[in-house]
Design a protein around this ligand. Structure first.
Ligand SMILES: [Zn+2]
Length: 359
């Protein structure tokens, strides 16, 4: 098992190994990231990445490219440096896995993301992170398109059905759009949340942060990280995001009583004016209050929305009172959903819908 936080990468010092599928006989440059080497084509890379185009056209300069957004220097050692297979070696300060994913996407003409197979989080992360850093603009744009399609901002039930019905969403994957975004064996939920925070993918943050609020073993998971199927643990890179999730959970708990069920408290809504059984409905209203507020409002009463209708019918209200209750809870759900981005300090849905990515 290894732990990783955000951008930190494994620091294994082992012999560099050529990646077979990305080792072309007629390649003319070797990229090295961690222990992985790729023999690829300089002009091909330059065509896709403005940053690499700049770097590779300035040979031997131990390049620090001013356009590189994160300021990490890569070393281009064509003169006086190492060479492999008579090709200069460019050492990159990134994850070898990320480069393997990104180069596979480029050389396989995006087949990995354009197929009907589930999206692999590792692939999307590499496309976003390296796409951003080295300005592989097509790659980054493609990954953003995939992700935005999967997180329809205003769509509700499919999302909530999925993440509440599948308690392993944080390890296995997320499906709230047409395709599954799978974490594969190596990644887990915080890998995706970290990159969304790092690259400010704001339109998908409300839903991702909501999922974080529902993580099992809360709040320990927020500090200790989520675990992939193979046992990799990824921690949240930003302490302020940890704080945000914890305070949002408290607000969401309060919203159960304040936004979804306040109509139960005043005694004028239920029993309803046309109640068919006043004494019984009044007694059952008090029972409902107890279920919801004692000892504290539970997050289970916030999402999924369908559960609250079940709760009302389980508490034996007359048909008229149950109908009124459904109307009020539906309004409450809508209000809660509308305020979801604000719960995480993100403005409102309309603003997020028009969010301009920094491409
Ligand atoms: Zn009634």
């Amino acid at each position: 098992m290894h732990r990783r936080a955000g951008r930190s990468i494994k620091r294994r010092r082992v012999e560099s190994a050529p990646a077979e599928r990305l080792w072309f006989d007629d390649g003319n440059i070797i990229l090295q990231a961690e222990d992985k080497q790729f023999k690829v084509h300089k002009s091909f890379l330059a065509r896709h990445s403005k940053v690499l185009a700049g770097m590779l056209s300035a040979p031997g300069s131990g390049v620090h490219n001013p356009n590189c957004r994160t300021g990490h220097a890569a070393t281009y050692s064509s003169t006086g440096g190492t060479s492999v297979d008579n090709c200069p070696v460019v050492t990159l300060p990134d994850s070898g896995e990320d480069w393997e994913e990104l180069l596979t996407v480029l050389y396989d003409t995006f087949r990995k993301v354009k197929s009907t197979e589930p999206y692999q989080v590792g692939t999307l992360i590499a496309m976003l992170r390296l796409g951003h850093k080295y300005e592989f603009d097509d790659c980054k744009e493609e990954a953003l398109t995939c992700i935005l399609e999967e997180f329809p901002h205003q769509s509700r039930m499919r999302l909530f059905d999925y993440f509440t019905v599948n308690p392993n969403y944080h390890t296995e994957g997320i499906m709230c759009g047409p395709k599954l975004i799978t974490f594969g064996s190596e990644h887990s939920f915080f890998d995706l949340l970290n990159v969304a925070v790092e690259l400010r993918l704001e339109p998908i943050l409300p839903v991702l942060l909501l999922m974080a609020v529902y993580l099992p073993a809360f709040p320990a998971t927020i500090f200790e990280g989520t675990k992939s199927i193979s046992g990799n643990i990824t921690t949240l890179v930003s302490p302020s995001i940890q704080q945000l999730i914890i305070s949002a959970r408290e607000k969401l708990q309060r919203a159960v009583g304040d936004v979804i069920y306040p109509f139960l408290l005043d005694g004028r809504t239920i029993p309803a004016p046309k109640c068919q059984s006043r004494d019984q409905c009044e007694a059952n209203r008090l029972k409902l209050i107890q279920t919801i507020w004692v000892p504290l409002p539970s997050l289970d009463h916030a999402f999924p929305f369908g559960r609250s209708h079940k709760l009302l019918s389980e508490h034996g209200l007359c048909a008229r009172c149950e109908e009124i209750g459904r109307e009020y809870t539906s309004d409450g759900h809508e209000a809660l959903w509308n305020s979801l981005p604000r719960l995480f300090g993100l403005g409102d849905w309309a603003t997020l819908e028009n969010f301009k990515f920094d491409l």
